[in-house]
Ligand binder design. Structure first.
Ligand code: ARG
Length: 440
């Protein structure tokens, strides 16, 4: 009840309500949409404007391999965005997302270098930052309700700013492709969309993924069209090519002796590796939402850089460090995959990984050959590999006579157990190991 008897309407506004008639002051809520320039998000612009009453700011974030900027801008404006903003985030993506995951050795289910998964927290962060800059109260993305990406976006955004409303038009009203084109047409927007293409593609500079279509049959070999970045083994040059990658504290810093920024390095290795058909991955993957899905990845640079980094760690880390780091890498890959980038758990893991990388500096020589990147040589100033200890030739510094005492002590545990428990009464051992034997 309005005890002060102010005339207030149902929406809590002073009555009689007269809207601010100048455009500037009109209170149309602003929303920032992660905009790819594709059909889904173009339809989303119109839908959010017409059906939801937002002023839509379309934010196109370039994380590599995206559409031409003029195309994105004209499509966004044609669909009714009040503004299209384009941010080139490629360098930041490699530096703050892809390379730290590389140093950690993070590969989801041992095979997927996490290209899409790593880009999502960056996109979420930029959505939130731009929403703050623009005074927007809502953000939106074009994810469906079946994938991991919706989780990564939503969790990232709600963690960074819980006050922002999140809208997911594609998840809310899944429109078939034809319906989307029809919907835009109804609103006077006729963009030539071309053919749908046989797959659902997501790509950024760290990797490309293809899903759906014929790939949904796990017994079907991926057709040639599923691949875009890499040649087939048959089409790769038969003459191998060598690359030398140098790392400093786990970060790639130069290629063939030439200092290179992260972005240039990844682009170069994608080209080179792609030419040799390196980095094709065919995987049945476990999504966070409980679905198994067939994924075809291409990630030449990531594949080469991970192989070389692993080789460098085998020279510069102790076996205990390698063992624990592998477990941490699995944990880290799941955290990234499952959208928990902005978490204290991540901070802890990052601190551990950074600590492990302090001596991971050196150079790895990789031979690129059809379908494979093979580590053939390695060197590091702080290598733990000691040729004097390893050699079978002259100059051996290892004391072979000391091995006898060591083995005597090392074997104590199994000798003791065997004597007490295993070598005694034969029937008693069998009773436990093979109960069915006894009943015969
Ligand atoms: N399965 C991968 C992931 O969840 C890639 C998904 C990419 N999306 C796509 N429409 N191809 O990270």
């Amino acid at each position: 009840m309005n005890l002060l008897c102010f005339p207030v309407d149902g929406a809590g506004r002073y009555w009689p309500y007269i809207p601010n008639l100048s455009r500037e002051g009109t209170h149309v809520p602003k929303l920032v949409l992660a905009y790819s320039g594709g059909l889904d998000t173009t339809t989303a612009i119109k839908w959010l404007t017409v059906e939801q009453g937002y002023d839509v700011i379309a934010l196109n974030i370039d994380v590599g391999k995206s559409r031409e900027q003029p195309v994105v801008e004209s499509r966004g404006l044609a669909a009714g965005a009040v503004k299209v903003r384009v941010i080139d985030a490629r360098e930041d993506f490699i530096r703050y997302f892809a390379f730290p995951a590389l140093a950690a050795g993070a590969m989801y289910q041992d095979v997927y270098p996490l290209a899409t998964a790593l880009a999502r927290p960056l996109l979420a962060k930029l959505l939130v930052d731009v929403a703050h800059e623009e005074g927007a109260t809502a953000v939106a993305h074009g994810c469906t309700g079946k994938g991991n990406d919706q989780v990564r976006f939503d969790v990232g955004i709600m963690t960074l700013d819980p006050s922002l409303k999140i809208v997911a038009p594609t998840r809310e009203n899944a429109m078939a492709r034809e319906m989307q084109i029809e919907y835009l047409h109804k609103h006077g927007i006729d963009i030539p969309w071309g053919d749908k293409g046989p797959f659902s593609i997501d790509e950024n500079i760290w990797g490309r993924s293809a899903e759906a279509g014929v790939l949904e049959d796990p017994w079907a070999e991926p057709p040639a069209e599923a691949y875009e970045w890499t040649r087939s083994v048959q089409d790769a040059p038969s003459q191998p090519e060598y690359v030398e990658i140098s790392y400093e504290h786990g970060m790639p810093v130069s290629l063939n002796g030439e200092a290179m920024n992260p972005l240039a390095m990844v682009e170069r290795l994608n080209d080179l590796g792609g030419k040799y058909g390196v980095g094709r991955i065919d995987h049945i993957e476990d999504r966070l939402v409980g679905i198994k899905s067939r994924e075809i990845y291409e990630a030449p640079a990531a594949t080469i850089l991970h192989a070389a980094h692993r080789a460098l760690e085998s020279m510069t880390l102790s076996k205990q460090q390698i063992k624990l780091k592998k477990q941490i890498a699995t944990e880290y890959s799941e955290l990234i995959y499952n959208g928990l980038w902005f978490s204290a758990h991540h901070q802890d893991i990052a601190a551990y990984v950074a600590s492990t990388q302090r001596h991971v500096s050196g150079t790895i020589r990789v031979r690129l050959q059809p379908g494979a990147a093979v580590v053939v040589a390695r060197k590091a100033d702080e290598s733990l590999y000691d040729r004097g200890l390893a050699t079978y030739d002259r100059g051996d510094t290892y004391d072979q006579s000391a091995a006898v005492g060591f083995i005597n002590i090392w074997g104590l545990q199994t000798r003791t157990q065997a004597r007490v428990q295993l070598l005694g009464e034969l029937p008693r051992a069998l009773k436990i190991a093979m109960p069915q034997e006894e009943s015969r």
